[in-house]
Design a protein. Structure first.
Length: 148
C-alpha cells in the first residue's frame, strides 16, 4: 500500500507537468501567429490614417478648384457653395489641433486663407467677376502649402 501511495502523486505530478507543457506550447503557437498579425495590423492602421489624410486634403482641394472653375464660368451661386464648403472644412481642420489632418505648420500657413473667406463669399454672392481671380489665388496658395 505504501508503494501505491507514493505512485499516485508521481502520476499526478507527471500529468500536471504534461498539461503545463501542452498549455505552454499552445500559448507559444498562439503568440507565433498573433505577433506577425499584430505588426501587420499596426502597419495597415498607419497606411489607413495616411490614406484618410490624403482623401480629406483632396476633398478640400476639389471644393476649392470647383469653386474657382464655376466662378470663371459665371456660375457664382455654385461657386459660392463650393467655396463655403472649402472654408468650413478648412476652419474645422484648423480648429482640431493635434487631431487635424493638417500638420501644425500647414495650419499656420493656411490660417491667412481663412481671413479672405468673407470677402470671397461676398463677391460671389454679388456675382463679381474678380472673385474667380481671388479663388484662383487661394487655390494656388492651398496647393503650395499642402503639396510640399
Amino acid at each position: 500500500m505504501t508503494e501505491n501511495w507514493h505512485s499516485v502523486p508521481a502520476k499526478t505530478t507527471h500529468r500536471m507537468r504534461s498539461f503545463l507543457i501542452y498549455v505552454t506550447l499552445l500559448l507559444l503557437a498562439f503568440l507565433i501567429g498573433f505577433v506577425p498579425m499584430w505588426i501587420k495590423s499596426r502597419a495597415n492602421a498607419g497606411s489607413l490614417a495616411d490614406a484618410r489624410r490624403q482623401v480629406s486634403l483632396a476633398r478640400m482641394e476639389n471644393s476649392l478648384a470647383s469653386a474657382a472653375i464655376d466662378a470663371r464660368r459665371g456660375d457664382y451661386e455654385t461657386a459660392r457653395l463650393a467655396a463655403s464648403e472649402f472654408f468650413t472644412v478648412l476652419r474645422t481642420e484648423t480648429n482640431k489641433g493635434a487631431d487635424s489632418t493638417l500638420s501644425e505648420e500647414e495650419i499656420g500657413r493656411l490660417q491667412p486663407l481663412l481671413t479672405r473667406r468673407d470677402e470671397i463669399i461676398t463677391q460671389l454672392a454679388r456675382g463679381d467677376g474678380t472673385s474667380a481671380d481671388l479663388l484662383s489665388d487661394v487655390y494656388v496658395s492651398y496647393r503650395e502649402v499642402v503639396h510640399q
